[in-house]
Design a protein around this ligand. Structure first.
Ligand SMILES: Cc1ncc(C[n+]2csc(CCOP(=O)(O)OP(=O)(O)O)c2C)c(N)n1
Length: 803
């Protein structure tokens, strides 16, 4: 038997007993929630359940080592940890299971997430940062296994920046960089690339991160023998162990049922990470799943009797209980009483949560049915209305879908009625949508006063002495200004630091601002983004650089799943105003000419996607974004760094507005819409078209997400009555998105006198070389001919067939 731990210096045995008993109380409460939670799913009150049973005891130890200001980045098994910190009550647990949409009642996600996805609130309801140093912080969970890892790296790195970079504002965010980022992951999920990428990066960066692997030998039904070499994650990570001479990890191993050793292990890990900024991996083995993986199936299907018996005997709560009796901390009778009381408390909490969930819906149903009662007499067949109403009233547990769909179906029977009673129903439905829809659809983007859409344009200014310089100089000088003005900004990526990026847009800036702020990173796009997400969540203003747009694909999963959903999945209570800088569009070959915008914009809703046509526009976007609190992807033109642009006088100060298009040439015959590098091609074609008396209007979209918030393109169509969208994406890519925006969102279809056209790249990736480009992507001649053909169709006499 393990010795009794020295929980706190000078603690009396009575105090010690009380603390252990309190821990056991939390473990049993958590277990009861899991057991009852599963029942709620099986009886239909909740849709899906995934619980933390079998992982309770190590989480008590982790909670004890976790301090205010620290951050967790974990997964769906961590309910006991959250309960131990006082960040999850029984009522909240069940409210999450039922998907209560009231954030005050279900603070994890206002019902947007299935239960088991935890978070705390980093910002208030106006979007202002809280004092994170006084909170137990939990970054909002996501479901993709190991998706919590890249963010964990950034959460840990923030401490390092706060400790080491002078001049950075630590208020609200850090106390001398003493905060630890705590990760949790299931053993099977360590098979994911994101896990290994993060482990390596944290070892290189030497950040204060403690990662716990909850090892129950299974990933749903798949045993460790199919998951992990040697079936042992800490064994195969041995090479990361630090030595006297080499930096690396501290790797600790402990059994998940061994309360005393767990407490010691977690205290040790905390000290190493907190004081030395060394990452620690704790392999917690011997864990179980008393109810199987989730409510979707039973583990009896894939675990044999021997394993099931072993799990029963080695349940961590049971082992803690036995230890408490053996060491005289409590008697069997004490614990039986305590367990009985907890059962009662959890049941009461569950009932309260259910009533809190159901009561507003019952009230809404009541409102509707009284409207329906008055409407009955207006129908030739009042029994029909009454029957629908009674069917709704007969439901013991109605959903909002039941209520609203009844109302809408009944409305269909009153199409030609103009009575007050019918209008009452119409108004009720409209109001219901107005009130309820935001529960499910708000906060995709920032709704705070710092939304970037509120940042006004400041134009670049020039005078007669303004010289023409390579575009990269404008970017470089602008970043110089940014790093000087905002000490919280930092940039990192492949070749970003020492050489100042592959196009020298950061030339000399590492020397000036130091290697913590202008930093090289390994070739690991997903964790470059993870660094950015985590640091942005802790108040820094990171700029994560992805060397080429083509390689954003490696990071697209985490951008889409984590960054893009963050505000939405916390209903605006967490934010990560990360700027992702990359360069794309045409240059050379299959992987250096990418412009896969259709794919990207459809996967990253929640992030702004900006496609500046030159470096002045790009610099202006960075300046705008730094005034706001939202994440964005800025794609610079790969072939624009050596093109000449006039150097503005107000470098660092001009701001490109977001969501606003620019008409770069006015015309009357057709509106040509484009963006990025293609815009230059279109401008050249416009000049050539003018020579044959075709007067085109050219519009640069600039910002794909959000898109033309002032509907300027539709205004242009009302003048030209013709539309062509030109880009370098595949057919049906971003051009199809633009068409949808212009024709449907802006109702531009009503102005059209001829078929709206798109001109895109070929469906294959662009071939290498000058000819590869010419035959793969739209050329000036392609644009000329496509526009000419539209005019030929319109007037074959004025514009005879060209070829
Ligand atoms: C990327 C991804 N693939 C698959 C899944 C489906 N899935 C959910 S949990 C899980 C098993 C995870 O096992 P483990 O990491 O050992 O954690 P445990 O559930 O055992 O605690 C799988 C395959 C997922 N959520 N995400």
């Amino acid at each position: 038997m393990q010795p009794i731990p020295d929980l706190k210096n000078n603690m009396s045995f009575d105090d010690f007993k009380a603390e252990v008993l309190n821990d056991y109380r939390i473990a049993v409460t958590s277990r009861e929630c899991s057991l009852l939670g599963r029942r709620e799913v099986l009886t239909g009150k909740a849709k899906f359940g995934i619980f933390g049973d079998g992982k309770e005891v190590p989480q008590l130890a982790m909670a004890k080592a976790f301090k205010k200001g620290d951050f967790r980045s974990g997964y769906y098994r961590d309910q006991t940890f959250m309960m131990a910190l006082g960040e999850l009550t029984v009522d909240q647990f069940f409210s999450g299971l039922y998907a209560n949409t009231d954030l005050a009642i279900e603070p994890m996600s206002a019902g947007r997430h299935m239960g088991g996805h935890f978070s705390t609130h980093s910002v208030d309801d106006h979007g202002n940062w809280k004092d994170l140093t006084q909170l137990y912080n939990s970054s909002a969970d996501i479901s993709p296994t190991a998706g919590q890892m890249p963010r964990l790296l950034g959460l840990a790195q923030a401490s390092k920046i706060y400790r080491n970079v002078e001049g950075v504002n630590t208020r609200n965010f850090s106390t001398s960089g003493n905060e630890v980022a705590w990760g949790t992951i299931g053993n099977a999920s360590t098979s994911e690339g994101l896990f290994f990428e993060t482990i390596n990066a944290a070892g290189v960066l030497q950040v204060p991160m403690v990662i716990s692997v909850w090892d129950d030998e299974y990933g749903i039904s798949v045993h460790a023998k199919h998951q992990t070499s040697k079936e042992n994650i800490s064994e195969i990570l041995k090479g990361f162990q630090r030595t006297k001479d080499e930096k690396g990890y501290e790797i600790l191993r402990v059994k998940g049922w061994d309360y005393a050793n767990l407490i010691e292990t977690y205290q040790e890990a905390s000290t190493i990470a907190r004081e030395e900024h060394v990452p620690v991996l704790i392999h917690v083995s011997g864990l179980t799943q008393p109810q199987g993986h989730s409510t979707s199936g039973s583990h009896e299907r894939y675990k044999n009797k021997e394993r099931l018996d072993w799990e029963l005997a080695n349940d961590c709560n049971l082992k803690m209980r036995n230890w408490m009796i053996e060491t005289g901390i409590a008697t069997n009778e004490d614990l039986t009483n305590l367990e009985r009381n907890i059962k009662r408390e959890v049941r009461a909490g569950k009932t309260r949560a259910w009533e809190t969930f159901l009561n507003p819906i019952l009230k809404e149903r009541q409102e509707l049915t009284s409207i329906l009662t008055k409407l009955e007499s207006r129908h030739s067949n009042p029994e029909f209305i009454e029957k629908s109403k009674n069917n709704l009233l007969a439901l013991d547990e109605p959903t909002r879908k039941d209520v609203l769909s009844t109302a809408r179906k009944i409305l269909q029977h009153f199409i030609s009625d103009n009575s007050v009673e019918k209008n009452n129903l119409t108004n009720w439905i409209n109001k219901y949508f107005e009130e309820i829809q935001p529960h499910f659809s708000s906060h995709l983007y920032s709704q705070s006063g710092k939304s970037v859409l509120k940042i006004k344009e400041i134009k670049p200014s020039y005078d007669s002495h303004s010289e023409s310089v390579d575009g990269r100089i404008i970017i470089r000088d602008n970043f110089d200004f940014i790093f000087d003005k905002y000490p919280e900004t930092l940039i990192f990526g492949e070749d970003t630091g020492y050489i100042g990026d592959v196009n020298q847009g950061l030339e000399g800036l590492q020397e000036k601002y130091g290697s913590s702020r202008v930093a090289d990173s390994g070739i690991r796009e997903a964790t470059i983004i993870g660094q950015g997400i985590g640091m942005a969540m802790r108040g820094l203003r990171p700029i994560a650089e992805i060397q080429y747009l083509d390689y954003l694909m490696y990071a697209l999963q985490i951008i889409s799943d984590d960054l893009a959903t963050l505000q939405y999945r916390t209903k605006g209570r967490q934010k990560a105003p990360l700027i992702i800088r990359t360069r794309g569009h045409r240059l050379e070959g299959i992987w250096h000419s990418g412009s896969q915008l259709g794919g990207i914009i459809n996967l990253v809703r929640g992030i702004y996607v900006l496609v500046p046509r030159n470096m002045t526009k790009a610099a202006g976007f960075y300046n705008t974004l730094l005034q706001g609190d939202e994440p964005a992807l800025v794609i610079e033109c790969l072939n624009g760094y050596r093109l000449k642009e006039k150097l503005p006088n107000n470098i660092g100060e001009f701001q490109t507005p977001i969501g606003v298009v620019e008409t770069t040439k006015e015309g009357s015959d057709i509106t040509l819409v484009s963006y990025g590098s293609t815009h230059r091609i279109v401008e050249q074609a416009a000049k050539e078209l003018q020579l044959v008396d075709i007067d085109v209007e050219v519009i640069d979209v600039q910002s794909l997400l959000p898109f033309d918030v002032n509907h300027d393109i539709a205004k242009s169509l009302s003048k030209t009555n013709r539309l062509m969208v030109i880009d370098e994406d595949v057919p049906g890519g971003a051009s199809a998105y633009i068409l949808n925006e212009v024709l449907n969102t802006q109702n531009g279809y009503q102005y059209l006198d001829s078929q709206p056209k798109t001109l895109t790249a070929k469906p294959h990736r662009p071939a290498y070389g000058t000819d590869g480009d010419y035959f793969s992507k739209p050329s000036v001649e392609d644009v000329f001919e496509a526009v000419y053909n539209v005019m030929h169709e319109l007037s074959p006499i004025d514009f005879p067939k060209l070829r």
